[in-house]
Design a protein around this ligand. Structure first.
Ligand SMILES: Nc1nc2c(ncn2[C@@H]2O[C@H](COP(=O)(O)OP(=O)(O)OP(=O)(O)O)[C@@H](O)[C@H]2O)c(=O)[nH]1
Ligand SMILES: [Mg+2]
Length: 342
């Protein structure tokens, strides 16, 4: 292999050397992962099968590896899949019936990227609340003053339900409106759809955190989104400021693994799932048994995104390797899945 010409300036030469070292390192990691995979396959075939299954349904190599590392040795395939289901359920935090938004009340802002279903979900929640506690128990607020006619969508829902809709312009306006609505059981704030890469996102955060009455923030994640995009959304919306999430468009997702993966790894409390456009029918409290059952169902048909048998070690190598090779993890599954052993 050539390591640059003698005449190349020193900066260019060192860049070339670094590139080659990286290339060699990648090759070495690939080979080591191949060995590790082969060894694991010999010693723990059921673990490898479970790992392959997780990857093939769309879980990230990071979560797959973290869970499989915790799986006790010596299980057969059936037992390992049962353990996997239990571990996923254990790590999926869901709101239980009776503790949900409609029941408990409060002030909730629904945030998230454009078109994820914020306004529709506000309408679904509002309809539920109206049915349960009456229209007087509820108020709707929208911060969407940017786009022409944007608040009309919410106004129409408000009109149908007999619930007032307030359009607020700034922090002071929000504060004033909230203090006027102290007697309401539930206040839902529909926010402007914004790309997670939009710099105005910090303005939105300031608006919501500046208002006096404490506003709980829920992040809406579209279950049909790609794993890395969902990851980017959760990071940009600062998961630590969030009081949980709602998964929308479950009905459109071929696999809900990327969405559940993000929810599990970031320990987001899952409040609801939405599985269609109908208001109010297509909103449900999350059922972990159903979700985990569905997520582990093999993805139908051939997908060009599913690795071939021989490619699994490469996938693991490219994303941090098998056990023994430290992943560049930004989060960890910290809850003790060890409690499930035995
Ligand atoms: N299939 C499906 N469609 C949904 C779901 N939730 C919302 N939608 C549809 O997604 C589209 C966008 O929904 P909106 O509620 O306007 O989304 P939004 O987040 O308010 O959009 P912006 O305000 O533009 O950011 C509409 O056509 C909804 O009917 C769902 O769970 N499943
Ligand atoms: Mg909207």
């Amino acid at each position: 292999m050539e390591t640059g010409s003698k005449d190349a300036p020193p900066d260019l030469m060192s860049q070339e050397i670094i590139r080659e070292i990286k290339f060699l390192r990648g090759m070495l990691e690939g080979q080591l992962s191949g060995f590790a995979w082969g060894e694991l396959q010999r010693e723990e075939p059921a673990k490898v099968e479970a790992l392959r299954h997780m990857l093939s349904v769309g879980f990230s190599p990071l979560l797959s590896r973290q869970l499989l590392d915790k799986m006790p040795s010596g299980y057969d395939l059936e037992k390992s899949l049962r353990w996997l289901k239990a571990a996923l359920m254990h790590n999926l935090h869901v709101v239980k019936a009776g503790d949900d938004i409609v029941e408990c009340g409060g002030v909730y802002a629904l945030t998230g990227p454009t078109g994820v279903g914020k306004t529709t979900t506000v309408a679904k929640l509002a309809a539920r609340c109206t049915l349960k506690h009456g229209p007087a128990s509820l108020a709707l607020i929208t911060t969407d003053t940017y786009r022409i006619g944007a608040h009309e969508q919410l106004r129409i829902y408000g009109k149908i339900l007999g619930v007032p809709v307030y359009v607020i312009k700034d922090e002071a306006d929000l504060q004033f409106t909230l203090s006027d609505l102290q007697n309401k059981h539930l206040i839902l704030i529909d926010t402007v759809g914004m790309s997670q890469r939009d710099r105005r996102l910090s303005e939105q955060v300031a608006l919501l955190s500046g208002a006096g009455r404490s506003i709980k923030r829920l992040l809406l994640l579209s279950a049909n989104g790609q794993g890395s995009t969902l990851e980017d959304v959760v990071r940009s919306y600062n998961k630590d400021d969030m009081d949980g999430c709602i998964l929308t468009k479950i009905d459109e997702a071929i696999s809900i693994a990327p969405a559940l993966d993000v929810v599990i790894r970031h320990k987001l409390m899952l409040h609801y799932i939405a599985n269609g456009q109908r208001v109010p029918e297509d909103l449900h409290l999350p059922n972990p048994v159903y979700l985990v059952d569905r997520v582990l169902k093999p993805v139908q048909g051939d997908s060009p995104f599913t690795p071939l048998e021989a490619e699994y070690p490469l996938v693991m190598a490219a994303t941090g390797g098998l056990s023994g090779v430290e992943p560049t993890a930004y989060t960890e599954v910290k809850r003790d899945v060890g409690a499930l052993r035995g």
